[in-house]
Design a binder for this molecule. Sequence first.
Ligand SMILES: NC(=O)c1ccc[n+]([C@@H]2O[C@H](COP(=O)([O-])OP(=O)(O)OC[C@H]3O[C@@H](n4cnc5c(N)ncnc54)[C@H](O)[C@@H]3O)[C@@H](O)[C@H]2O)c1
Length: 326
Amino acid sequence: MSGFWKGRRVLITGASGFLGAWLARPLVDGGAEVRGFDLTEGACLGVHGLADRVPITRGSVLEAAALERVIREHRTEVCFHLAGQSMIEGAAAGPLAALEVNVRGTWTVLEACRRAGTIRAVVCASSNHTYGPQTTAPFPEDAPLNQLDVYGASKACADVITRCFAHSFGLNAVAVRNVNSFGPGDPHTTHIVTGSILSLLRGEPPVIRSDGSPVKAYLHARDTMEAYALLAEHAGDPRVRGQAFNVTPAAPVSVLDLLRTLIKVSGRPVEPVVAASDLSQKGFFEHLSGEKLARVLGWRPRLTLEEGLRDTYAWYAKHGTGWIGG
Ligand SMILES: NC(=O)c1ccc[n+]([C@@H]2O[C@H](COP(=O)([O-])OP(=O)(O)OC[C@H]3O[C@@H](n4cnc5c(N)ncnc54)[C@H](O)[C@@H]3O)[C@@H](O)[C@H]2O)c1
């Protein structure tokens, strides 16, 4: 971490979630005064030993007055906005609530930041999932945002609104389109890496619901959140302000290859079961380009897929899932 964070006053919305906690870790280590804003206190900060180091103000990002209060009281200089509906299936099951929290929640956070007058950077979580089907690959940031399911549409709106606040009001706001993150302390046991590790630890082969063909990229949460921190540091740079950035490893993998690598690091003598019970993503191909972030800020992931999976598997082998909800 650079010296930028020493004494820096930071607010993370969604700090109780998986990535919020992974973001708090390097910021606290770098000397920042980190506060969270979240509906819940969750268990993720505890995974990082931060439950007492990162106070959470309980509230909703839909409550403008509560947000403004915490931003002002904390004299917040950097705001990371991660709170919202993070699950594709959850958004599909509750579209109005997902659109409200992901879209209205984003403009509410941005407007609170704008009004506070203390903010020098706002970094908002967009998503890889905004791209959807494309005609060429890898996808640069100016590729069309074609994903029209509820989650993808909500994140595309949040992405545009974030950039709008930079272009319209001069806020140093950045939208981050990070790929699927995995790592220790993921409470979402339906995520493919987490769920498959838990299957392996039960002595069961992981089950692939698709035919194994969908291609996506996966990144260890430590790498993902280091990119968020770096973007915040440089949010005032005209090459960064008002921009969207992909955060991705160089190459995506098929679900089948992902699980083969995971099984290899587990050392278990099993093969994944290809159930092919859900073929809705058959042939899906998602390959984001990481060229822009590498060129502008020199960011590259530090862990290979295999190293990241090894770290994650070892953590779950030691800690299991008892910490979730605790
Ligand atoms: N995890 C990934 O692989 C991934 C990939 C791309 C983008 N993202 C985005 O990154 C962000 C963080 O993802 P995550 O995996 O940590 O999600 P998460 O579900 O673990 O955490 C989200 C947090 O937001 C909080 N929250 C929900 N509604 C709220 C509200 N109205 N007010 C205040 N807090 C609220 C939840 O309590 C939770 O702690 C999300 O915006 C997600 O869409 C995640």
